[in-house]
Design a protein around this ligand. Sequence first.
Ligand code: AOF
Ligand code: ZN
Length: 344
Amino acid sequence: MNQYMNTAVELAEMVSGQTGENPPVGAVIVKEGRIIGMGAHLKAGGSHAEVKALNDCDESPEGADIFISLEPCNHHGRTPPCVDALIKAGIKNVYYAFKDTTLDGRSGEKLNRSGIGYHYMPHPGTADLYRPFLITKNKKRPFVTLKCAVSLDGKLAADDGYSGFVSNDLSRQDVHQIRHRHDGILIGGGTLLNDDPALTVRQDSGRQPVPVVLAGNRELCADMALFNHPVRPVIFTTNEKNLQFSSTCQIHTGSFSNEEILEHLFEAGVSSLLIEGGTRILTQFLKKELFDDLIIYIAPKIFGYSSYQIYNEKIHDMDSLKLMLHDVEKLDSDIKLTYRRTAL
Ligand code: AOF
Ligand code: ZN
C-alpha cells in the first residue's frame, strides 16, 4: 500500500465527523519523493482538501503527483472544481482511493484531456470512511446511530426507573467520543425529565452537537441542564405550553412523524444524528428501521423484571430486522457491540 495514500486517508480520518454533509477528504502532494503539501477538508462550505494541499505547497506543485482519499470534484458547488485547480497547478498524476458516486464521473476524462494521469488506487480504510457520506446523500436524511446501555439481562433500567449509571467509566468516555462525531444528539421527553442530561460533549476540544428533544406532550421546566447547553436546543412537542421557552430553544409544536423529524433536522444541517433513546424512542426508530448503526453497551448487572426494554412491542417476525455484527469491543467489564443495518 502506498505510504502517501495512507497519509491522505489518515488526514481524512482525522476530520471524519466534522465535515457535516460533506465527505472527510485528505490530500498529499509529492514531488521527487518528498511531500511538498498536505491538506484536509475541514468543514462543509470550506476549501476542498486538494485546494488546501495546493495552497500548502512549499515549492511549485508543477510536475508533482497528488494522492487524494476521494475522487476529485469537477463541479461548481460552493467552491470551484478541484479538477481545474489541479490542471492549473500543473499536477502530473492524480491518485485517488475512493470513487465518488455522487459526482458525474467525468473528472478523469477532463484530467486525461489535459495530459494528466488519473489512477484509481483503492484503500481498505475508505469504505468505512465514506459510508455515512454516501448514506446521507442517497437517503437525504441524517446518518442515524442508535445507542443504548443495557444490563446483562437486556434492560435499560430497573422497573422502578432507576438506572444510575448502567455502563462503566470507559464506556461513558467512549460515548463522548461518539457524540463528538455526530452533528446532533436526540433524546425523548422521558429521558429529559428523568435524567436531566446536559447532552454536552465532555472532551477537551469537543465539538458540541445540537441537542434535539422529542418531548411529546411533556412540559419542560426552566431549571433543566439542557437550557445551559452552548448550542440552542431543538424541541419537538405537542404541548403548546413549551412555547414559553422559545427565547432559548427552537420549539416546533405539532405532531411530527419520525421521518419528518429526520427530514427537518437534515434540512437544518444535521447530517449525522446520535439517538440516545429510552424505550419509547428506541422502539420507534427500531420499528421503522430508521437507523444505520446500532451500538449497545452491555454492563455486568442484572436488573431483573423491568418494563424499561429496548423494544416494548410484540414481535411477529423475529427475523425481520437484519443486523450485521460489525465490531465487538471489551471496555473493562463492559462489552460494546456495534451493528450495522445498512450494508453500504
Ligand atoms: C468536499 N471536500 O475535499 C472534496 C469534496 O458543496 P461543495 O462545493 O463543497 O462540494 C461538495 C462535494 O464535492 C462533495 O459532495 C463531494 O462530492 C465533492 N468533493 N467535497 O467537501 C473535499 N474533495
Ligand atoms: Zn473538490
